[in-house]
Write a protein that binds this ligand. Structure first.
Ligand code: T3D
Length: 264
């Protein structure tokens, strides 16, 4: 029997998801989507999970849509409905990534292309191996960036670089991606997974609910006036101020002891 195209493992409070179609650089198939979104849902629903790490098996992270997958193809004789593929698979995936109740780290082990690049960029932290790269491959096949790319890229790297990366489809090496602020950090290839787990463990011991709220307010702030952003901050602080983690954090600070955060 062949291995599942998404492997799920748990290490303490960390859930590890591995995209597992290495022969096709872990490109997305309908079958892989049928495992990936539920795996994220499961991590979100499991109160023992406090951080998620996503990586790829083999030499690639994810080459985007599998351009050979019959599971995505239009019925014989019909025109392809790429929009339907996006609506069915990539939209829910992007929205789930951006609403996880815990921090998500992409450990990008190799090339991340097309929707695979933007899937990584949807994470809270992108940690990339020095040998990895990012390619907005869409323009080469006559498409626009998807899986959130049109929203993410200008926010991460500004319009000039977003346009340049998206229109040329040039390969962006991981070190350059770090230099221009597109990703969190680049590490030596051999150190990638240890670095990802070390970061995940550090985050898992912190107030993860406040982190998920931080992501939410930052994502919303881009379309708000200062007045509205200040209101959102006040409303969010009001809610967090009533939660366990805030009182625990303050009590631990005052008692000069290590805090134990439990909210999620
Ligand atoms: O319905 C829809 O299409 C809508 C959804 C769109 C979302 C998208 O993601 S569109 C963008 C799709 N992705 C691409 O266009 C990337 C295509 N791949 C590449 O350009 C290159 O493979 C890479 C630059 C990523 C890596 O190049 P390289 O030289 O390191 O590897 P390779 O030899 O090209 O690939 C290795 C194998 O993976 C190869 O198979 P083989 O010949 O050994 O049997 C190759 O065909 C396969 N592979 C790589 N990417 C894909 C793929 N197979 C299917 N789909 C792929 N996307």
């Amino acid at each position: 029997m062949s291995e599942p195209s998404v492997l799920v493992a748990t290490r303490g409070a960390i859930r590890l998801l591995t995209l597992n179609r290495p022969a096709a650089l872990n490109s997305f198939t309908a079958e892989m989507h049928s495992l990936l979104l539920p795996a994220l849902e499961d991590a979100a629903a499991d109160s023992t999970v406090r951080a998620v790490v996503i990586t790829g098996a083999g030499r690639g992270f994810c080459a985007g849509q599998d351009l050979n997958d019959p599971g995505m193809a239009a019925p014989a004789g019909a025109a392809p409905d790429v929009g339907a593929v996006i609506e069915r698979y990539y939209r829910p995936l992007a929205l789930r990534m951006r609403s996880m109740p815990v921090p998500v780290i992409a450990a990008v082990n190799g090339v991340a292309a097309g929707a695979g690049a933007n899937f990584a960029l949807l994470s809270d932290f992108v940690l990339a191996a020095r040998g990895a790269s990012f390619i907005q491959a869409f323009s080469k096949i006559g498409l626009v960036p998807d899986c959130g790319g049109t929203w993410l890229l200008p926010r991460l790297v500004g319009r000039a670089r977003a346009i340049g990366l998206a229109m040329t489809g040039e390969k962006l090496p991981a070190e350059e991606a770090e230099r221009i602020g597109m990703i969190w950090r680049c590490v030596d290839d051999a150190a990638l997974m240890d670095s990802a787990f070390a970061l995940a463990e550090r985050l898992a011991a912190m107030p993860v609910h406040a982190m998920a709220e931080t992501r939410r307010v930052l994502d919303q702030s881009g379309s708000l006036s200062l007045e509205e952003a200040l209101r959102l901050e006040a409303d969010t602080q009001r809610e967090l101020g009533l939660a366990h983690d805030f009182s625990e954090g303050v009590a631990a600070f005052l008692a000069k002891r290590a805090p134990v955060f439990t909210d999620r």
